[in-house]
Write a protein that binds this ligand. Structure first.
Ligand code: NAD
Length: 256
């Protein structure tokens, strides 16, 4: 078990990459705190983990709220006496597929920066405080391949480039304390991500998945579980001498 008895908070754990990460980490022995703005989804993650014998507590957390993130960390520390791993994963997409920069208004910009970047800032800031206090800790952020190259959805890409830069800068800031900070950078994944909030998620039909897969040299869509396995590597001692990296999980997209 790679995360035996580790205490882990995962934001955005109610769906997609966050849920797959929560399930995998629980199978690897972690006590998972599943934090999400959608209480019903977080509870569902908790139910799924508990029904397969794992440990999980769902907690309401809007990552744009600093008090919510502080409360999530307090919850983990009150329950277990420490926090070992913080996974800052919650994120949102540009409001429309194929939107040009000039199609975005101030509200879109603010929403993207607030959730995707400010949320990671709060998660990093408060977990680092706890890590310094207890003398150890690991952060895994979710960036995106779209934060490393131009991919369309410019404000989204800017927010994810910010996550990557926060990862690198913070990794250097806390390296001498033995605290590690890394991020994963997924390619295109078939998750709830691009589903409008008023519609239920449906996995894409085979022909759409084929198009999604064709984006990546390895020829298949990225699965949430691919991202979870990369996050497991970065969260566990397998990567004990690795910090400040942005690990592509992109079927070779960035190698083009
Ligand atoms: N889907 C992709 O193609 C893709 C590609 C690269 C990176 N990513 C990144 O992966 C991460 C996870 O995305 P996903 O694909 O699993 O999407 P998803 O929509 O399936 O899951 C995102 C989760 O975050 C939660 N969330 C949204 N806003 C929140 C907030 N303010 N506070 C707390 N929780 C909030 C949602 O309720 C949801 O449970 C995001 O950071 C996203 O930017 C996704």
């Amino acid at each position: 078990m790679l995360l035996d008895d580790k205490v882990v908070i995962i934001t955005g754990a109610g769906s997609g990459v966050g849920r797959a990460t929560a399930e995998l980490f629980a199978r690897e022995g972690a006590h998972v705190v599943a934090a999400d703005i959608r209480d019903d989804w977080a509870k569902d993650t908790q139910r799924r983990i508990e029904s397969s014998g794992g440990a999980c507590a769902a907690i309401h957390c809007d990552v744009t709220s600093e008090p919510d993130l502080e409360a999530a960390i307090r919850h983990a520390v009150d329950a277990h006496g420490r926090l070992d791993v913080m996974v800052n994963n919650a994120g949102i997409a540009s409001p429309g597929i194929g939107m040009q920069l000039e199609d975005h208004d101030d509200a879109d910009w603010e929403r993207l920066m607030n959730v995707n970047l400010r949320g990671v800032f709060y998660g990093c800031k408060h977990s680092i405080k706890q890590f310094k206090h207890q003398g150890h800790g690991v952060i895994v952020n979710t960036g995106s391949a779209a934060g490393m190259v131009g991919w369309g959805g410019v404000p989204y890409g800017v927010s994810k480039a910010g996550v990557i830069q926060m990862t690198r800068g913070l990794a250097i800031e806390v390296a001498s304390l033995g605290i590690r900070v890394n991020c994963i950078c997924p390619g295109a994944i078939d998750t709830n991500f691009a589903t409008p909030p008023d519609r239920a998620f449906q996995p894409k039909p085979p022909e759409a998945r084929e198009l999604l897969g064709a984006l990546h040299p390895l020829g298949r869509p990225i699965e949430a579980e691919d991202c979870a396995r990369a996050a497991l590597y970065l969260a566990s001692d397998l990567s004990s001498n690795v910090t400040g990296i942005a690990l592509p999980v992109d079927g070779g997209y960035l190698a083009r």
